[in-house]
Design a protein around this ligand. Structure first.
Ligand code: KIV
Length: 296
């Protein structure tokens, strides 16, 4: 099924195979920071790339050394790092603090700071004030905000002011109270048309990339073909230009049931729990510290 938008963009990205080389976002050898120009060039080359969230300097340095080219200091820090039930309570000051840590812990990755709920919804001026703090005080290279057509004005002013913006459409978790949960978006003709309009609107407003969250794979593929900016999928199928996961989900650190789209590449929660138990047993049994850990 196809949902061609009434005014499709005439400059879709190339589908050519990625060229290996020093410029590749992942596996490339550029030692300077990745910029939004590198991201645009990757879309032209048809190169796929990975993105992870990060919330602290140490974890961010691991991902940076692993070559992850884009790290998002997502407001998912609410659930994954700060102990909130959703992203809604996250404040700009919290994002600032953690973004600055992630910037300090990295040398190469483009760091994207998330604008939390309440820091841009009032309008463009509020968005500019919040984004400016993230760029100036935390040192991020770009910001992300949620919403398609409804956030186009904010994106336009930020981009005109020299702040690169990653947009976020489909499921926008800051609206959890309005959705009453986290439902898949873009199902049915009307919803699909709205998603296409949202994606086109953020591109036209100047966003350099757009996250597609919880969108049927066929629709995400259509958006990816339609846009000349890269799509970053999360629960949006394999055809997106990039894929993002929340790092604690990806590494098996998050407790409880995972959403279907998550693939776990490690079992960190189990490993860390085992390490803590081994330490505790050594302490209560007198095996730690041993002679080699002691000073005389
Ligand atoms: O906050 C976040 O981590 C996000 C990603 C899931 C895209 O918005």
């Amino acid at each position: 099924m196809t949902h061609a938008l009434k005014t499709p963009d005439s400059s879709p990205g190339s589908t050519a195979a990625p060229k290996a080389g020093t410029k590749a976002l992942y596996g490339g050898t550029t030692s300077r920071r990745i910029t939004v120009r590198d991201i645009a060039a990757a879309k032209e080359r048809g190169e796929k790339w990975p993105m992870l969230t990060a919330y602290d300097a140490m974890t961010a340095s691991v991902f940076d050394e692993a070559g992850i080219p884009v790290l998002l200091v997502g407001d998912s820090m609410g659930n994954c790092h700060l102990g909130y039930e959703s992203t809604v309570p996250v404040t700009l000051d919290e994002v600032l603090l953690l973004s600055a840590a992630v910037v300090r812990g990295t040398k190469r990755a483009l760091i994207v700071g998330d604008l939390p709920f309440g820091s841009y919804q009032e309008g463009s001026v509020q968005a500019l004030r919040s984004a400016t703090r993230l760029v100036k005080e935390a040192g991020v290279g770009a910001v992300k905000l949620e919403g398609g057509e409804r956030s186009a004005h904010q994106i336009e002013l930020l981009v005109r002011s020299g702040i690169p913006v990653m947009a976020h459409v489909g499921l926008t978790p800051q609206s959890v109270n309005a959705y009453g949960g986290y439902p898949v978006q873009g199902r049915g003709e009307e919803a699909a048309q709205q998603l296409l309009r949202d994606a086109k609107a953020v591109q036209d407003a100047g966003a350099f990339a757009v996250v597609l969250e919880l969108v049927p794979a066929e629709l995400a593929a259509e958006v990816t073909r339609m846009l000349h900016i890269p799509t970053v999928g999360i629960g949006a199928g394999v055809e997106c230009d990039a894929q993002v996961l929340v790092w604690t989900d990806m590494a098996g650190m998050t407790a409880g049931r995972m959403p279907r789209f998550v693939k776990q590449y490690a079992r960190l929660r189990e490993s860390l729990g085992d390490a803590a138990k081994a330490f505790a047993e050594d302490v209560v049994g007198g095996a730690y510290p041993a002679e080699e850990h002691s000073f005389h």
